[in-house]
Design a protein around this ligand. Structure first.
Ligand code: C2E
Ligand code: CA
Ligand code: CA
Ligand code: CA
Length: 279
């Protein structure tokens, strides 16, 4: 037991070096991933509660690592952001969504808007709207089929700059929504300053519905206030029918979560839109 502390320390240092080495290796591999075509998108549908129809999708980034297989974004988005690689990868995501929309349209499908997660670094990019306009124009896709999701912290880091860039993006015809609402520091009154269309209630508030009275009260109040500001509300992380019944009572507009569908490869969405089973 006397040596325990020292051994733990040595273990800690060894683990730290291992993590640093691993991170460096991941960074090197991420730099090559884009040119090697290892990134791909999965799409998770959103369901309109009143209509009972698929109202849109969210594009979610995946890395098809040659050895590790499909790597989820939380394992590499941080590294992309720290290294600035998120800028080219972020542009690839926008272009890939446009290509997918054009492909679905070419197949004669009735397409629905696809939401794209933006990172803070992208929002700080001076010519973000110019870059987006070029990518969308090249693909020949209607900008109304695109939506950008931004977190509260991204909006609040520099609100004046955010209002300016988002106003220009909104002018292109792209829809805007606040992601993970309730987890950051902002108020709905403040959000009024941004040209937003929708608000996504974070899944931590949805998880314990309908049993947790605090979460129920918060969700209900957020939906009522959002509606009074003409914002549409999407509930995230919906996993069971009890949650849906509760959200219907609050007049929540749309739901997203495993109950409707997990994120799917593009061909699975085509089947969903065509009304066939997803898999
Ligand atoms: P997010 O934007 O909040 O995306 C929702 C996450 O919740 C997704 O995880 C999705 O698979 C997961 N999810 C959906 N429904 C349920 C459910 O019912 N239960 C549970 N437990 N989880 C559910 P994913 O795909 O691993 O993405 C994680 C995060 O990575 C995203 O969180 C987003 O912040 C980030 N991300 C994903 N794609 C991109 C991208 O292209 N660009 C950027 N900048 N960030 C991205
Ligand atoms: Ca999101
Ligand atoms: Ca979210
Ligand atoms: Ca979240």
């Amino acid at each position: 037991a006397k040596n325990g502390g020292r051994n733990n320390y040595q273990f800690f240092v060894a683990a730290m070096h291992e993590n640093a080495a691993q991170r460096l290796q991941t960074e090197v591999q991420l730099r090559q991933a884009l040119e090697r075509g290892e990134f791909l998108l999965h799409y998770q549908p959103k369901l309109n509660l009143a209509a009972g129809t698929i109202s849109g999708f969210e594009a979610l980034l995946r890395w098809n690592h040659p050895q590790r297989g499909l790597v989820p974004p939380l394992e590499f988005i941080g590294i992309l952001e720290d290294t600035g690689l998120i800028l080219p990868v972020g542009e690839w995501v926008i272009g890939e969504v446009c290509r997918q929309l054009a492909a679905w349209q070419a197949q004669g499908m009735t397409v629905r808007p696809v939401a794209i997660n933006l990172s803070a670094r992208q929002l700080q990019q001076a010519d973000l709207d110019g870059a987006v306009e070029r990518i969308v124009g090249r693909a020949g896709v209607d900008p109304a089929l695109l939506e950008f999701e931004l977190t509260e912290s991204m909006l609040m880091a520099n609100p004046e700059a955010a209002v300016e860039i988002l106003t220009r993006i909104k002018a292109l015809g792209i829809r805007l929504s606040v992601d993970d609402f309730g987890t950051g520091y902002s108020s709905l009154a403040y959000l009024k300053r941004f040209p937003l269309d929708a608000l996504k209630i974070d899944r931590t508030f949805v998880r314990d519905l309908p049993d947790d009275p605090d979460d129920a009260a918060i969700t209900k109040a957020v939906i009522r206030l959002a509606h009074s500001l003409s914002l549409k509300v999407v509930a995230e992380g919906v996993e069971n029918v009890e949650q849906i019944r509760e959200l219907e009572q609050y007049a929540c507009d749309e739901i997203q979560g495993y109950y409707v569908s997990r994120p799917l490869p593009a061909h699975g969405c085509a089947a969903l839109l065509a009304g066939a089973p997803a898999m």
